[in-house]
Design a binder for this molecule. Structure first.
Ligand code: SF4
Length: 105
């Protein structure tokens, strides 16, 4: 392989891996969970923890939210992230549902 061919080859490799990375990122962005989804509604999920129905969930506190829930798989500062209770969907970092468990530590 001469120098020019080698440069073209390297550019092709870079372009191919860039495309693969973009595809992976697209798959990682799950659709946001809709509050009206049957399972979400059953667990009282809301995208804003301040909107929780206090009569229905008297133990809820405004400090409880997905971003500090044990089940949340996103980073605490993320606006949204995966939750094992709702596979394939992203929940809002400021969201809440009745399956909330305070993150240890
Ligand atoms: S289980 Fe936790 S992270 Fe998942 S929706 Fe409920 S409060 Fe949010």
């Amino acid at each position: 392989m001469n120098g020019s061919n080698r440069r073209v080859f390297m550019l092709q490799v870079a372009a191919a891996s860039g495309t693969a990375l973009l595809a992976t990122q697209a798959q990682a962005q799950a659709a946001m969970l809709n509050e009206k989804d049957a399972q979400a509604a059953a667990l009282g999920y809301v995208a804003d923890t301040t909107k929780v129905d206090a009569k229905k969930f008297p133990k809820h506190a405004a400090t409880q939210m997905c971003s500090n829930c044990q089940v949340y798989a996103g980073k605490p500062a993320d606006a949204a992230g995966p939750c094992a209770i709702f596979p394939g969907k992203a929940v809002a970092g400021k969201g809440w549902c009745s399956a909330y468990v305070k993150k240890a530590g």
